[in-house]
Design a protein around this ligand. Structure first.
Ligand SMILES: [Zn+2]
Length: 123
């Protein structure tokens, strides 16, 4: 049961972001085979509500889809945001933890900066 941000592991949160992207892309007909640059392959960030649905075990609720039986997410939004803020601070995800949608994404691991070029000796 999730009652605090510490109850959500880093990997569970990152996995939830991946799942949101997959579910939402699939809902638009995008698959792994869809060529890049295709019009329907557009960026979709994972909102805090989407992530809560996945953490709750209901990825099918992503994108604002309502449960037909009136069941809904019970994880408090502030806990999802608190966990997101920690991961943003640590550089693991990008997005905004202010209380808006969030649009969380897993941050790519950038290659190390190239070493500075050696100074050119004076002629
Ligand atoms: Zn914001």
């Amino acid at each position: 049961m999730i009652t605090a941000a510490k109850d959500i592991s880093d990997e569970a949160f990152l996995d939830a972001i991946r799942t949101v992207h997959r579910v939402r892309w699939e809902s638009k007909g995008v698959t792994a085979e869809t060529p890049l640059g295709t019009d329907n392959l557009y960026w979709i960030g994972a909102s805090r509500w989407d992530i809560a649905c996945v953490l709750e075990g209901h990825p099918e609720w992503c994108g604002g889809l309502e449960a037909t039986d009136g069941e809904s997410v019970t994880i408090p939004e502030k806990i999802v945001l608190a966990k997101a803020k920690r991961l943003i601070r640590r550089g693991l995800i990008s997005g905004c933890g202010c209380g808006c949608r969030g649009d969380f994404q897993i941050r790519p691991v950038l290659p190390a900066a190239a070493p500075a070029p050696a100074p050119v000796p004076a002629p």
